[in-house]
Ligand binder design. Structure first.
Ligand code: PMT
Length: 402
């Protein structure tokens, strides 16, 4: 999504400047060409050399610097941008833009750009709550500037309150959202993610290695593409993607109840959760003691949630996953047919860079008409967008759609 994209990252002065370094890393890793513009006060916190090394481009600091203007002038910086991010955005730079002041390189470039601008404000809570700052923010929003954060928490000045810079991941995700097509607007997506835990006693459970990364990437991508997203998640350490509604569940039975309760409201269901197929027949009320050398646990079958959905599918698009360790295509094709799916995403979880608890996946997409597509190793975000591209196509093929 970011390859071929030129992003100008404006960095204004504040203790949160160090987080802009991490944001730059995320952007360049995703393939963006990033030009960094730093204000004089930003350079007091982190040197331009850090940004230069990570971006691979010279850092722009001076409006009247003959060398920098010759290499790439502020007007071509502004013109060439596909997106302008200001992180951290201080009260000062926000005030300048709101009032049309252009008196240094960053404010001048911002004034000259026609690219979408994303501000990530960061400042002391009292500054943030100041009516002048609030007025500027309202005005900028009305003018079409985009914002992410600030968030509430402990601030660098020791105060608690709103004014903290959003995490680099949140800013990155918002930038992604600005580039994403809004082709899922008006659709309600129900997505499941993560593992389920089947309790044995109050301190032990049966589960699997799912981290939730694949499902959360799907939820994030669908939200970015305009969908209303309801994420039903097993236990994970992942934060809720911005704009997504999450319901946390623990066991397969809880996941089933949550899915069935929400499915009437969804036009698309994507089940990437790794649901335990069996649960202990009995859950001990107290911790099991090691009284003998061996122990048998009796398991009973969990309901197959996806297969149940397949039976009452109606006009809904149903996407499943298949996590396999052998005979990938045969097993996935069998699940696709048996569960009455439109699409199944098959991953061989023995492959390095695929499956559980990694940031990438290697998948094959099996369609109901028998077509099979093989995707290369991609980040889970990219895999999510590839799946959603197919979902958009399937939605377009529904009866009554032209
Ligand atoms: O979470 P990550 O760490 O990012 O890892 C991603 C992943 C490996 C979990 C994901 O890519 C994946 O493959 N998810 C499906 C895992 C799985 O349970 O596969 P399965 O082949 O056992 O199940 C097939 C399908 O039926 C799945 O869509 C599953 O959600 C669904 N199912 C399975 C059992 C059950 N009782 N109810 C179900 O709905």
């Amino acid at each position: 999504m970011f390859s071929q994209k030129r992003i100008v990252l404006g960095v204004s002065g504040g203790i949160a400047v160090y987080k802009a370094v991490e944001l730059l890393r995320l952007l360049t890793k995703a393939g963006a060409d990033v030009q960094v513009v730093m204000t004089r006060s930003a350079q007091e916190f982190v040197t331009p050399l850090t940004f230069q090394t990570l971006s691979g481009n010279p850092v722009h600091t001076e409006l009247f610097n003959l060398y920098q203007e010759k290499e790439i002038g502020h007007i071509s910086l502004a013109d060439g941008a596909d997106l302008f991010i200001v992180a951290p955005a201080t009260a000062n730079i926000l005030g300048k833009v709101a009032c049309g002041i252009a008196d240094d390189l960053l404010s001048t470039t911002l004034m000259a750009t026609k690219a979408p601008v994303l501000f990530a404000p960061a400042m002391n809570v009292n500054m943030y709550e100041n009516p002048v700052v609030q007025h500027n923010l309202t005005q900028l929003r009305e003018l079409g500037y985009h914002f992410v954060g600030p968030v509430t928490g402990e601030l660098a000045c020791g105060w608690q309150g709103t004014g903290k810079l959003s995490s680099p991941e949140e800013i990155f995700s918002m930038a992604q959202a600005l580039f994403a097509p809004k082709d899922l607007a008006g659709e309600r997506l129900l997505i499941t993610a993560g593992p389920t835990r089947e309790e044995l006693d109050p301190v032990r459970y049966i589960s699997n290695y799912s981290s939730g990364k694949m499902g959360y990437a799907l939820a994030r991508a669908a939200q970015q593409r305009g969908a209303e997203v309801y994420l039903i998640s097993g236990p994970t350490a992942l934060p809720v993607p911005p704009g997504v509604r999450r319901k946390s569940v623990v066991s397969a039975l809880e996941m089933r109840d949550a899915v069935l309760a929400a499915m009437d409201y969804s036009s698309v269901v994507i089940k990437s959760a790794a649901v335990a197929d069996y649960r202990p027949r009995q859950m001990a009320t107290h911790k099991l003691k090691k009284t003998s050398d061996d122990m048998r646990v009796e398991l009973e079958k969990n309901p197959d949630i996806l297969a149940e959905l397949g039976q009452v599918k109606q006009g809904r698009i149903l996407v499943g996953f298949a996590a396999e360790t052998r005979d990938l295509l045969a097993h996935a094709a069998e699940k696709l047919a048996r569960k009455n799916l439109d699409l199944i995403v098959a991953n061989d979880v023995t492959q390095q860079g695929a499956g559980f608890n990694v940031d990438t996946n290697i998948v094959k997409l099996l369609h109901a008409d028998g077509t099979v597509e093989t995707l290369p190793q991609l980040s889970k975000d990219e895999v999510a967008h590839q799946i959603l591209d197919r979902v958009v196509r399937l939605l377009g093929q529904r009866p009554g759609q032209s």
